[in-house]
Design a protein around this ligand. Structure first.
Ligand SMILES: CC(C)(COP(=O)(O)OP(=O)(O)OC[C@H]1O[C@@H](n2cnc3c(N)ncnc32)[C@H](O)[C@@H]1OP(=O)(O)O)[C@@H](O)C(=O)NCCC(=O)NCCS
Length: 188
């Protein structure tokens, strides 16, 4: 499965808004404002947050959204990560497969694996690990991470329940800029 990535633009926000309001996604986005105004505020170009938002495509079809950020930039979320041995130069990722019919067919694990290689490590030489902490109840999510090469390092508590902290290390001698990425001209 060949997954490619491009940066999310404001033209993609209506699709992302639809995805975030799909029941299979909403149940895991509890507490987030996924109204149109909320999506524009949190994912639009006017958001000054350094988090990178990307779209994943397979054979020209947009299949999912995935973001990455330096974990240290999200101190509230990552506070419990450090005690479990996560490195100060780790990145966090979050993701979804947009169309319900696409889920459960290997797309999520392929997207995560390719993103970690091509974007997280491929475009950020200083980032040493990739981390995600899905709810323990979100079996598809942590299983997809396992299939993408992540390992379980411990439970972190969220106000809505326990989460499984999963970590992937930068492979020794890994390549840098990957072929499947349109990084745009926004990056120096
Ligand atoms: C989580 C998500 C990205 C996983 O992607 P996916 O394409 O559905 O997952 P895959 O097909 O790659 O499957 C990955 C693993 O999960 C398992 N799995 C998939 N759907 C499952 C389900 N509903 N229940 C239990 N296990 C499931 C698969 O069997 C596979 O594990 P295995 O190979 O060890 O058997 C996708 O389901 C999704 O977008 N869900 C809604 C949004 C979300 O939960 N995002 C993550 C928030 S942390």
């Amino acid at each position: 499965m060949d997954v490619t990535f491009r940066r999310l633009t404001d033209d993609d926000l209506s699709m992302l808004h639809r995805w975030l309001n799909e029941p299979g996604v909403m149940r895991w986005w509890e507490g987030d404002d996924v109204s149109w105004e909320g999506v524009v505020r949190d994912y639009g170009s006017g958001n000054g947050d350094p988090t990178e938002h990307w779209l994943a495509s397979i054979d020209g079809d947009d299949v999912g959204w995935i973001q990455c950020y330096l974990a240290a930039d999200s101190p509230e979320e990552s506070a419990q990560w450090w005690a479990l041995g996560v490195q100060a130069t780790a990145a966090g990722i979050d993701y979804l497969v947009g169309e319900p019919a696409r889920r459960g067919r290997g797309v999520g694990s392929a997207m995560i694996r390719a993103f970690v290689e091509d974007v997280v490590f491929g475009l950020h030489p200083g980032w040493s690990q990739a981390c995600a902490a899905p709810y323990a109840a979100n079996v598809a999510s942590w299983r997809a991470l396992e299939r993408a090469g992540f390992r379980f390092v411990g439970i972190v508590e969220d106000e809505d329940g326990p989460c499984r902290l999963m970590v992937a290390d930068r492979p020794a001698g890994g390549r840098n800029l990957a072929a499947g990425v349109d990084s745009g001209d926004r990056r120096s």
